[in-house]
Design a protein around this ligand. Structure first.
Ligand SMILES: [Zn+2]
Length: 162
């Protein structure tokens, strides 16, 4: 039997609880002791708590790229509410990014802003990903447009992510 859960996902109630994710057609293994696989848990988390989800993503990406990150969840929540970030992002998938004002500084609450990623900038990314799009490609993982910004000096080779 197919039911829709509170987050709008279709659930196959006939699937055994153990061994397979409950989402209709999903064949992934559930996360340890959970009903859903990692992918669907993330998707549900993004709907359930979008601010926490965006915060975790931003923090993880900053960490992965070796950037300082001092923003607290409370600071981030205020920033998101005042800037309307989630609404903008929701309407224009992949178009709005959180950008550092001064790229020599880290992700600090007085150093972030929302940046609209223009089509021109977007096109410049395309050749790097043609024929080599990884399976787990996530537009949020794209490098920030600051790397291509003409007003930014000292773009070092080391900073270039490709
Ligand atoms: Zn799943």
């Amino acid at each position: 039997m197919v039911e829709t859960n509170q987050y709008g996902f279709k659930i196959d109630t006939a699937k055994p609880i153990k061994g397979i994710c409950c989402i209709l057609y999903c064949k992934n293994k559930p996360a340890n002791g959970k009903k859903y696989c990692h992918k669907h848990r993330k998707q549900i988390e993004a709907i359930r708590n979008p601010i926490q989800y965006s915060y975790s993503n931003l923090k993880q990406n900053a960490k992965r790229r070796g950037k300082i990150f001092t923003i607290t969840i409370d600071e981030f929540e205020s920033f998101v509410n005042e800037s309307g970030y989630l609404e903008k992002k929701g309407r224009n998938k992949g178009k709005f990014h959180i950008d550092r004002i001064n790229p020599n500084r880290g992700y600090e609450i007085d150093n972030i802003r929302i940046l609209e990623c223009s089509e021109n900038v977007r096109r410049r990314f395309v050749p790097y990903f043609q024929d080599q799009v990884p399976d787990d490609f996530n537009p949020e993982d794209l490098p920030e447009v600051e790397y291509f910004s003409p007003e930014i000096e000292n773009n070092s080779e080391d900073d270039f992510p490709f």
